[in-house]
Design a protein around this ligand. Structure first.
Ligand SMILES: [Zn+2]
Length: 77
């Protein structure tokens, strides 16, 4: 099942992913520019992608995994 990305003008967080509905919610007011918004979309979609795998990791491990994926271009180079 695919996921959807939805936007809100205001919110307390940068974004969130709802496993129940496979929906990413992005709060635009918490970003400085378009590139920043793209990063958050990628982050939330990665939560969806990880959910679709067989791996069992806790929330902190998942956040660390996504962080490392997002920075892989810089850390590997
Ligand atoms: Zn996250």
């Amino acid at each position: 099942m695919g996921c959807t990305v939805d936007f809100r003008a205001t919110g307390d967080d940068r974004g969130c992913y709802y496993e129940e509905t496979h929906r990413c919610l992005i709060f635009l007011n918490s970003h400085e520019n378009l590139e920043d918004i793209y990063k958050t979309i990628n982050h939330e979609v990665l939560h969806h992608c990880i959910e679709g795998t067989d791996i069992t990791i806790d929330e902190l491990q998942e956040e660390k995994l996504i962080f490392n994926i997002q920075w892989a271009d810089y850390s590997i180079a």
